[in-house]
Unconditional design. Structure first.
Length: 81
């Protein structure tokens, strides 16, 4: 439903956000007690590590459109995985 609302011309940003909140209440709220603080480095000047995951990266045409995003990160500021 959340994805489908992206294509509904009558759905507003508020409608989309309401559906996300409803999903979180139904499915994600039971896990909030298990969330623990990360011990990652919070220095805002650190090099940011970004990981992209998609089944489309292997043999799909979508990688042709997205490839530039991956290869054009500033390596001094971003570590791409």
């Amino acid at each position: 439903m959340i994805f489908a609302l992206n294509f509904d011309p009558t759905a507003s940003a508020a409608d989309q956000q309401a559906e996300r909140a409803a999903w979180a209440e139904r499915h994600a709220s039971r896990f909030t007690g298990a969330i623990r603080a990360h011990d990652n480095d919070r220095d805002p000047q650190r090099r940011l590590r970004i990981g992209y995951v998609s089944s489309h990266f292997r043999r799909q045409a979508a990688i042709c459109a997205f490839g530039g995003v991956i290869v054009n990160h500033d390596p001094d500021r971003f570590e791409v995985i």
